[in-house]
Ligand binder design. Structure first.
Ligand code: GAR
Length: 200
């Protein structure tokens, strides 16, 4: 059984969706670890409730990003982590993690990449006035929000939508799409060909 680690900084609804999918067998893996960088993040409470080991690693406790990531890698190795799942982890992944876990780090983004990159994907799409936005699951590379796309799902924006209703629609899609992508990867159904992800 493969071990997965979720990295999160905030609320953690995606963490909970993944934990549920592991529990009901939709994802056949062990949710071995939550890595969190924010002491007050609600996701830590979610991990406790789900009986998932949580580690808090604060960037300010380290003198460099490199040292911060080396500590994370040490913990990931101790826990024999095979796949890193970023779920609202609001930090840029650096060289150390990218090299050690090459093609084994994935992220979820609340827009149809390459549109609306960055930390405010939902709001940026809403304010821009696009009629369709969505959710993207992608591999993490040194190109920020620019790694190979694994799965995408569109979400229409109607005249009736408010930012809040759009956020709710996006999160609902995320909670389905992320477990689906994780399951495909763990079952070996995905092959990288250049920057294209082939799903078999
Ligand atoms: C999610 O909407 C995720 O797509 C977004 O953070 C949210 C975390 O929600 N990630 C990014 O914007 C990454 N650029 P959650 O804490 O409830 O899972």
């Amino acid at each position: 059984m493969k071990n997965i680690a979720v990295f999160a900084s905030g609320n953690g609804t995606n963490f909970s969706a993944i934990a549920r999918a592991v529990k009901n067998g939709r994802i056949k893996a062990n949710l071995a670890l939550l890595v969190c960088d924010q002491p007050d993040a609600f996701v830590i409470k979610r991990a406790k409730a789900a009986k998932v080991k949580a580690v808090l690693i604060k960037r300010e406790d380290f003198s460099s990003n490199c040292d911060f990531e080396l500590k994370i890698i040490e913990i990931l190795k101790e826990n024999k982590i095979d796949l890193i799942v970023l779920a609202g982890f609001m930090r840029i992944i650096g060289k150390e993690l990218l090299e050690t876990y090459k093609n084994r780090i994935i992220n979820i983004h609340p827009a149809l990449l390459p549109s609306f990159k960055g930390a405010h994907g939902i709001k940026d799409a809403f304010n821009y006035g696009v009629k369709v936005t969505g959710v993207t699951v992608h591999f993490v590379t040194n190109d920020l929000d620019g790694g190979p796309v694994i799965l995408q799902e569109p979400v229409p924006i109607t005249n009736k939508d408010t930012l809040k209703s759009l956020e709710e629609k996006i999160h609902k899609v995320e909670h389905e799409l992320y477990p689906q992508a994780i399951s495909l990867i763990l079952r070996g159904k995905m092959k990288l060909k250049g920057r294209k992800v082939i799903i078999q």
